[in-house]
Design a protein around this ligand. Structure first.
Ligand SMILES: Nc1ncnc2c1ncn2[C@@H]1O[C@H](COP(=O)(O)OP(=O)(O)OP(=O)(O)O)[C@@H](O)[C@H]1O
Length: 339
């Protein structure tokens, strides 16, 4: 079957500032609906790369194609319609209401006022900002998280197939950030979008990415799924980059189905009446959270039993507790890290 046209295709993008090459020879292609996270240390060229995608920065060489069209050939309105852009500073217009801010791009594109009003209403509702309450408010009347959502609504207003996000949660505190990220992942409106998101937060990258492009000094160090970067690092830079957070990333990345072969023989006590079931796609992190959730009717947390759901081939449910889970996790890690 011939490959479908990529939603975004980038070939050999290069940018210098003076004598410094800040982005060097970067190439990648994204399938429709895919989320790519640009990750790397401060100053490695993430923002410059992102801004070359929508022509806010002109590359020295290389090309960017949006669904097969060279962005240099696209008229500005088509570029605006095709690519949404969200930045950390949000950049809402302070003297415009929430609704007016959301309607800016469709207005520039000449959409009818009634259509703009309807789309704004729909987006604010979907982004959990009830329009009756928020449409007529001004940016300074909103919390940081709410402003961020208005910024997102504005970027989505013209329904662009590609959305670029530069540290979209960067201005928020850690707790708000985790909550907004969860909401963001669950937004129906974003499920169909192709997205490129810049962050320097490793946990955020692992939570949101289908694939990660890890940069150092403007060069791609590795492009792959979070699991590939974690278990098959392409070089020492990649290995070192994740070293400090390795265990928590492994907990978030591996699923019960990865440790199932090691779980089966470890623990067979199914006598507890307090079984919970988890899907095989639950992460080790989720299983640990389920095991450590206090439950006054059961024994100590380490003795509680969870059963994986028999989803695959009608396989019987497999019980495990904290000790057997950790032992199986250790074995799975050894297996996955083998070259
Ligand atoms: N307009 C510019 N003129 C000169 N140098 C620039 C310009 N924009 C960026 N740079 C330089 O290019 C390099 C890459 O910057 P960029 O903002 O792309 O990095 P980044 O990975 O996004 O960093 P951070 O995570 O700190 O935001 C830096 O050394 C920066 O100083």
């Amino acid at each position: 079957m011939p490959d479908a046209i990529p939603a975004l295709a980038v070939h050999n993008l290069t940018k210098h500032y003076g004598p410094h090459a800040v982005v060097q020879d970067v190439s990648f292609a994204l399938a429709p609906g895919e989320t790519l996270v640009l990750l790397g240390p401060s100053g490695c060229g993430k923002t410059t790369l992102l801004r070359m995608l929508n022509r806010l920065v002109e590359p020295d060489s290389g090309t960017v194609h949006l669904t097969g069209h060279d962005v240099r050939q696209l008229p500005p309105e088509q570029l605006r319609r095709g690519i949404g852009y969200v930045i950390q500073q949000v950049g809402l217009l302070p003297h415009y209401t929430v609704a007016e801010n959301v309607g800016v791009v469709p207005g520039l594109l000449g959409h009818a006022p009634a259509a703009i009003a309807q789309r704004t209403h729909e987006l604010l509702t979907r982004l959990h900002l009830p329009p009756e309450r928020y449409a007529t408010q001004y940016p300074h009347q909103l919390s940081g998280g709410q402003q961020q959502r208005v910024g997102l609504a504005r970027a989505l207003a013209a329904d662009p197939p590609l959305v670029l996000l530069d540290e979209p949660f960067g201005a928020l505190d850690q707790i708000t950030r985790a909550g907004i990220r969860r909401e963001f992942r669950e937004l129906e409106e974003l499920r169909r979008k192709t997205m490129v998101l810049v962050t320097h937060d490793v946990q955020e990258a692992f939570e949101l990415a289908d694939r990660i492009l890890l940069l150092d000094a403007g060069r791609v160090q590795q492009l792959g799924t979070p699991r590939e970067l974690l278990f098959q690092p392409a070089n020492d830079f990649v290995r070192r980059f994740f070293e400090a957070e390795k265990l928590s990333l492994q907990f978030r990345t591996l699923q019960l189905q990865d440790v199932l072969p090691d779980l089966a023989s470890e623990y067979t006590n199914t006598s507890s009446s307090n079984h919970k079931t988890l899907p095989l796609t639950a992460t080790i992190q989720e299983a640990l959270e389920a095991l450590s959730t206090p439950d006054p009717t059961s024994g100590p947390a380490t003795e509680r039993v969870l059963l994986t759901k028999p989803e695959v081939d009608q396989a019987p449910a497999v019980p495990f507790n904290l000790a057997s889970l950790m032992s199986a996790f250790g074995q799975a890690i050894q297996r996955l890290q083998r070259p």
